[in-house]
Design a protein around this ligand. Structure first.
Ligand code: ADP
Ligand code: GLC
Length: 476
């Protein structure tokens, strides 16, 4: 089966969050099952730097509207996955983040940039394709590739089937009516059953409405988004398409996130020599300027600092958490208000609380290994990867019972299966109570060790998810 995996991020080269991580690992797991999967991604500067010899294989022209003719280049990822790069320097040869300009605002032409990505995906699944390789399935991810199912729908002639994977309902890719023409979509697409959404063109809605199948990244999130409370305006559509919607829980990159071999750590460890984890705590405390105390639990966060992640709740109770007593280490970037509030807190509590504003892969690994307890109080969480890293690193997570967090973390009250701490309401009080329970459990070494080991034994590999995707491709 020939599958094109279309994505706007690709780890380890271009990543702002979980989507990049998934795109960097799932295709190889699918290839291991015998599928011919190729990854389509924009030729960002980092991609061209990493693959300077990526050869030109096509120039898809006549894409419609104001869409330019890009150069399609091919390269081979180190894991053997073929990469197809959409090279159009005026769109993609820009500094920084794939979505934002230097001032942190969306690029004004994002509809054209990701419209082009979507359009080339559809081209690869249509008769216009001039390559020897033609995709049978276009696997789209989030709004940035959400128009591909629309292009497939409105193109003449035989074409590929499409699967749309929703990683986050909050980002909907909304643009004004004029973009319909600029993107080369027919007037007929401006319809309730097409790409129109309350007077806007929505890339996300297009994908959800027009793909042959929809998945999201956990079974719980698949249920939650069909409720008006959590459907972010799209619950009706999702309920309408519920027979085509399923949840497939993400895996993680078990090679990159393996405490026994992780090159970023101060010292490697495994479930069999968990004592060695302690050196990672000391090393992390030293690196971050925290007091080198072994008698205090070190709580940690690695996250986007946004409303979704509920870190305002943690901020609210942070003074009480520090008085438990405990130490707190935060790594993240996000809204200016949250970044500033967290930085101010760290300043008031030097030595006991530290906040690193930035995106730092190595520090993320060191935190997973060095912390005692990981905190993820998300308001909603389609899947979440950090709680799975935490389980694997023997750093029991404290999570809110939502989406993928609810599907991966089992509360310690279950003495046989518990691997973390789960709380219900999205309130500062409920979070504080869960943190109190977690720090109390940490003070009981025998109980704690058992909790850590159960988490470390969880299988978070991609194997099961990959099998489910293959079954779905076959159905489609
Ligand atoms: P989301 O995609 O919603 O941000 P996920 O939990 O799925 O959440 O994935 C986040 C990914 O990004 C994880 O791999 C996490 O380690 C990484 N990450 C988030 N913020 C940072 C940061 N400031 N520095 C390094 N890695 C980060
Ligand atoms: C999104 C979600 C996150 C999920 C990730 C990968 O960014 O916010 O929960 O883990 O996509 O699917």
């Amino acid at each position: 089966m020939k599958v094109l995996f279309a994505t706007s991020e690709l780890s380890p080269w271009v990543k702002t969050g979980g989507l990049g991580e998934v795109a960097g690992t799932l295709p190889a797991a699918l290839r291991a099952l015998g599928l011919d999967v190729r990854v389509l991604v924009p030729a960002y500067p980092e991609m061209l730097r990493s693959f300077p010899h990526a050869e030109e294989i096509a120039r898809p022209h006549g894409l419609g509207g104001l869409l330019p003719t890009p150069t399609l280049r091919q390269a081979l990822a180190p894991d053997g996955t073929p990469l197809l790069l959409v090279d159009y320097p005026p769109y993609f040869n820009r500094p920084g983040n794939p979505y934002l300009g230097p001032e942190g605002r969306d690029w004004l032409d994002n509809h054209l940039r990701f419209g082009l990505l979507s359009r080339v995906a559809a081209w690869l699944g249509s008769d216009a394709n001039t390559l020897a390789w033609q995709a049978e399935i276009i696997h789209c991810n989030d709004w940035q590739t959400g128009l591909a199912p629309a292009y497939l729908r409105y193109l003449p002639g035989p074409r590929a089937k499409s699967l749309f994977t929703l990683h986050n309902l909050a980002f909907q890719g909304l643009f004004d009516h004029a973009s319909l023409f600029e993107l080369g979509l027919p007037d007929g697409a401006w319809h309730l059953d097409g790409v129109e959404y309350y007077g806007f063109l929505s890339f996300l809605k297009a994908g959800l409405q027009l793909a042959d199948a929809i998945t999201t990244v956990s079974p719980s999130y698949a249920r939650e988004i069909q409720t008006d409370a959590e459907g972010m305006g799209l619950a009706g559509l999702l309920r309408h398409r519920s027979e085509r919607l399923s949840g497939i829980l993400n895996g993680i990159d078990t090679q990159a996130w393996n405490p026994a071999t992780d090159p970023h750590l101060f010292r490697n460890y495994s479930a069999r020599n968990l004592d060695a984890k302690a050196d990672n705590k000391t090393g992390l405390q030293r690196q971050l300027g925290l007091q080198q105390r072994t008698d205090l639990p070190l709580l940690a966060v690695v996250s986007r600092l946004t409303e979704q992640k509920g870190l305002d709740l943690l901020l609210e109770v942070a003074p009480q958490v520090l008085k438990l007593p405990a130490q707190l280490a935060v790594l993240g970037t996000g809204t200016l208000a949250l970044e500033q509030a967290w930085a101010a807190l760290a300043q008031r509590h030097g030595g006991q609380c530290t906040v690193t504003v930035g995106f730092n892969e190595e520090l993320a690994h060191r935190i997973e290994a060095g912390a005692d307890i990981f905190v993820m109080p998300s308001r909603f969480e389609p899947c979440g990867l950090n709680q799975m890293y935490s389980l694997r690193y023997g750093t029991p997570p404290v999570v809110r019972a939502t989406g993928g967090l609810a599907d991966t973390v089992i509360d310690a009250a279950d003495q046989k299966h518990g691997n973390g701490f789960v709380f219900g309401p999205a309130t500062a009080d409920a979070l504080l109570q869960a943190l109190q329970r977690a720090t109390a459990a940490w003070r009981d070494p025998v109980r704690w060790r058992a909790l850590q080991k159960r988490g470390m034994a969880r299988d978070s590999s991609w194997a099961e998810a990959a099998r489910q995707y293959v079954a779905l491709y076959q159905r489609v």
